[in-house]
Design a protein around this ligand. Sequence first.
Ligand code: F6R
Length: 240
Amino acid sequence: MKVITLENAAQIGEQLGRFYVDFVKEHPSCVLGLATGATPLPTYQYIVKAYEAGEVSFADVTTFNLDEYCDLPKDNKNSYYTFMQENLFKHLDIKAENVNFLDGNAADYEAESRRYAQAIQAAGGIDVQFLGIGRNGHIAFNEPSDAFTDEAFRVALTQSTIDANSIYFDDAPMPHYAMTMGIGSILRSKKIVLVATGASKAQAVKGMIEGAVTPQLPASVLQQHADVTVYLDKEAASLL
Ligand code: F6R
């Protein structure tokens, strides 16, 4: 793991946003794995500015998002589909047919998992996967558990995740289930970037980098991937 510690979230957004813009310019047909939540926002903002300045096109880029809530309509304001439209896709020239999400309302979750795995494979695999990290060490919505997962599956969210994300659900209860890419799907990405900002992530970051590899702290599995870059702000790095 390569660890880069910067002053704050804004600096990470600039450095990583620059990386993405250069990567897409060099590989216009690349496949990006994307995350939602507060963590990627500065990076997405940098990408949008570069696009608006005419610096880069996403017309041939394909994306796969990590996760989506179950039992929430796709067009709900809190769906991850809506999050991505609002914060990234609607600002770019990316084609709707190149944007991929897990269906949190699928009738058959196992068939949905197979569909997503096949779509990733048909696209040639994920070139760069963006990850945030949960306070409990989750990546995507792989919560602490007894075994590492492989392909996408339906997960019961833990109380830690519900507490962290229910702030966004001001007018309805937060779903307690989600469809998430599994650990195997994440590890098959060619390159992984993980960003952690803020003191609430410091304990999980310490476990991920310095602890044993254990499904009780799912992000620790990244120690086994050959190309991971971790971007931290000072607070997230404070226990290292
Ligand atoms: C989001 C995702 C999650 C978040 C994590 C951190 O698609 O997969 O693992 O990255 O919960 O969330 P924030 O960035 O809101 O602190």
